[in-house]
Design a protein. Structure first.
Length: 438
């Protein structure tokens, strides 16, 4: 890790960096579940209102006759909505899954997380399910009696609400189709990944900047006792409480995004009373894939994946690789003037209790350029864009950031020299161009 500069920073408001909201956004079940619960409650409310309408109209014979005539039409409408909506859900989302499979094979399997996290996708799916469940429950409350004296309920409000839900479902469906089509477009996917990455970088900027205390040589090392998987994020608040309770400083060993298995060192404890490994494991969110929540380098990983997939012989789309390099250029320019180093998290009394490792400038630059350079050395469009990006970054980079960029520039020239034997083609491939080749 390189140095993190000290200086005035905005005050940090600590909160657990694994909030429930973030984990629920990664799941696809929570919003439909809430919508189904709301549909049950709404069906009960409209049933009560329908019964109230009938009870107030019993004395009026003409009103009861009108309700009986409306009862038959309303039943037909609600039955149609119930049967059609389930078919609608199955067909629409089956087609969507096929489209997403195509997007994953063309871009990267990591782009599917954009679909799962989409609020519009969850809203469309939830409203459609709620409409189906609401119509189904309304049918259970039907009163089949044709005798005005025995009539207890007519689905007046229920049928109106069912129609409104159908209209809402159709509106969300149109927006959902538009969103899915945008997800199949390369610029939109790359832009979404870049925007999420910028949000993570902004969060990183607000972290404490003082140098991290080194872990003593005699520090006690705790081993992971949980399940195997990728370290997605850590509950900073819980780890701070554990460290304060044991009057210790926890030095997290793996970085966010590392794979950990039982027996992997997870924490080095500087203190007399080390906590139990199981308590530490409960503060770690381990899953099957990475998430953008606290992962500083995952955005670069996704952009690089898109670029090298586009440069594969099966796809052969260097223009997509150039668009990915555009956003990598943007992210690196944002990080140029940031300081790097392990993050120090303090408790409420200001004592450092947790030291979290993060990627350094050198590792981020290697991640951003190495694989694209190796896969794109034979594509002048890509090498020209890489040359332009490195030239721009070197032009604005402070002295402490230049060595890694200069090394990438030398490696790029070497890769193109090995790939292109013709001096004229080589000179053309190394000429800076922000569009690749026009």
């Amino acid at each position: 890790m390189t140095d993190r500069q000290t200086g005035p920073r905005p005050p940090v408001r600590y909160r657990p960096l694994s909030p429930l909201r973030e984990h629920l956004r990664e799941s696809f079940w929570f919003a439909p579940l809430l919508a189904c619960v709301a549909a049950v409650l709404l069906a009960g409310l409209t049933a009560e209102l329908d019964a109230a309408v009938v009870s107030q109209s019993v004395a009026d014979t003409d009103a009861v006759d009108e309700l009986l005539r409306f009862n038959s039409a309303a039943k037909s409408v609600v039955s149609t909505v119930s049967s059609a909506m389930l078919t609608f859900i199955g067909v629409v989302f089956s087609i969507s899954l096929v489209a997403l499979q195509m997007a994953a094979s063309q871009f990267s399997p990591r782009v599917l997380r954009l679909y799962v996290r989409s609020r519009l996708t969850k809203a469309a799916f939830s409203v459609c399910l709620a409409t189906f469940l609401f119509a189904l429950l309304v049918q259970f409350s039907y009163d089949d009696s044709t005798d005005p004296a025995k009539l207890t309920s007519v689905p007046v409000f229920s049928s109106v609400v069912a129609v409104l839900l159908v209209v809402l479902s159709l509106g969300l469906f149109v927006l959902y189709v538009q969103s899915t089509m945008r997800l199949l477009r390369v610029p939109h996917v790359i832009d979404r990944v870049a925007n999420e990455s910028m949000a993570v970088l902004l969060q990183y900027r607000l972290m404490p900047a003082e140098p991290a205390p080194p872990a003593p040589a005699e520090a006690y090392t705790l081993l992971h006792e949980g399940r195997s998987g990728v370290l997605r994020d850590v509950n900073i608040g819980r780890l701070l409480r554990i460290a304060r309770k044991h009057d210790a400083v926890l030095h997290l060993v793996p970085r966010i995004g590392d794979f950990i298995a039982p027996g992997t060192p997870i924490v080095r404890v500087a203190g007399e009373r080390p906590p139990r490994s199981r308590r530490i494991a409960q503060a770690l969110n381990v899953g099957v894939d990475r998430t953008m929540h606290q992962d500083l380098s995952f955005g670069f990983r996704q952009l690089v994946d898109i670029a090298i997939r586009a440069l594969s012989p099966a796809v052969n789309d260097p223009t997509t690789a150039v668009q990915a390099v555009d956003r990598i250029h943007q992210l690196l320019a944002t990080l140029l003037h940031e300081s790097f180093g392990d993050l120090c998290h303090r408790d409420r009394h200001g004592a450092v209790r947790l030291v979290e490792p993060v990627p350094g400038w050198s590792s981020i630059v290697d991640l951003a350029f190495t694989e694209i350079r190796l896969c794109g050395a034979g594509h002048p469009q890509v090498t020209r864009r890489l040359t332009a990006a490195l030239d721009d970054l070197l032009r604005i980079a402070p002295d402490r950031r230049r060595p890694e960029l200069l090394e990438q520039q030398v490696l790029l020239v070497r890769a193109v020299t090995q790939e292109q034997g013709d001096p004229e083609v080589r000179a053309f491939a190394l000429r800076p161009d922000r569009q690749g080749i026009g």
